[in-house]
Design a protein around this ligand. Structure first.
Ligand SMILES: C[S@@+](CC[C@H](N)C(=O)[O-])C[C@H]1O[C@@H](n2cnc3c(N)ncnc32)[C@H](O)[C@@H]1O
Length: 291
């Protein structure tokens, strides 16, 4: 049956909800209409996934495509000027991270497919995780501090997951990892806290393991008129995460010299390589090996 034309998304959603238990096919048609009327409508999107509709993204992306309404990274896409399909862009963005990481690891001589165990730290609500688990089923552990995020990734994507802490000293690692990957966490953590975080990640690294994290490219600070202090760093008290205090989680910039100094302070003797603009528009990849 065809859904009526030109109804508002809330009206279409109300019809869909009322029909879902008794007539799921008809409900899916209304959910589809609702998402056409409002391309950012997560309720309609998640219902289409749940109902296994032909319009579900999961059918052709072949990843679990449910998006958590608490996910501020999704909200970033939703609010971004010029994004006409935030759901698709959000899902595609995780694919992009996968390809960026795979290319980096190839260059480093440590292909992702051969990684024995991986910690994705600061995994959020699984923007990237859903794609990663297809490559490393049974080998991924996630960790984040956002309430509900670790339950979400564990239940949806079948990874192991545990809650983080704001104080790195309080984190008890459940294992040691061949690869620790941390995308866009050090871009938000104040520089004075880096050595302690880095020392903790070093403690969770397996023999021969690799620590990979991202930083803002120093040129990005210049492009955005951010003034670095005489130690080559800056910390701005603003971020995209509504649930986190801007004292502990803001926006961080540093020169490569400053980055190297903080790594040396946290992991003395570490070997460090920095690959410019590897992730997203302006995040450099930092690859750290024990010395
Ligand atoms: C910019 S988001 C990136 C999320 C994810 N890595 C991605 O690529 O989509 C930064 C993440 O760092 C997480 N985070 C902040 N403080 C944390 C902490 N103390 N422990 C673990 N994760 C933390 C935030 O909750 C958020 O999910």
């Amino acid at each position: 049956m065809n859904a009526p034309q030109r109804q508002s998304a809330p009206d279409l959603l109300a019809r869909a909800r009322a029909l879902e238990a008794s007539a799921p096919l008809e409900a899916a048609s209304y959910y589809h209409q609702a998402r056409l009327a409002d391309p950012a409508c997560l309720e309609a999107h998640n219902a289409l996934e749940r109902l296994g509709s032909d319009h579900a993204y999961g059918k052709w992306m072949r990843v679990d495509s449910v998006i958590d309404a608490r996910d501020d990274i999704y909200r970033f896409f939703e609010g971004h000027e010029g994004v006409t399909n935030p759901i698709r862009d959000y899902l595609a963005d995780g694919w992009r991270t996968l390809s960026e990481l795979m290319l980096l690891l190839e260059r480093e001589g440590k292909p992702l497919t051969g990684v024995r165990s991986m910690l994705e730290f600061a995994s959020g609500f699984g923007r990237f995780t859903r794609h990663l688990v297809r490559v490393l089923p049974g080998r991924v552990t996630c960790c984040d501090v956002l309430p509900g995020s670790t339950d979400f990734v564990r239940e949806r994507f079948g990874v192991q997951a545990f809650d983080s802490q704001f104080d790195p000293a309080r984190i008890a690692w459940p294992g040691r990892y061949d690869l620790i990957f941390i995308l866009s966490f050090f871009t938000h953590v104040p520089l004075h806290a880096w050595p302690q975080w880095l020392a903790r990640f070093d403690a969770a690294l397996d023999e021969g393991g690799l620590l990979v994290f991202s930083i803002h490219n120093p040129g990005y600070a210049i492009e955005h008129s951010v003034k670095l202090d005489d130690q080559g760093g800056a910390f701005l008290r603003s971020s995209e995460q509504s649930a986190l205090s801007t004292e502990e989680y803001g926006t961080t910039f540093a020169t490569w010299e400053r980055v190297r100094r903080e790594i040396e302070a946290g992991i003395p003797g570490a070997r460090v390589e920095i690959h410019p603009r590897t992730f997203w528009v302006a995040q450099d990849a930092v690859v750290v090996r024990r010395g």
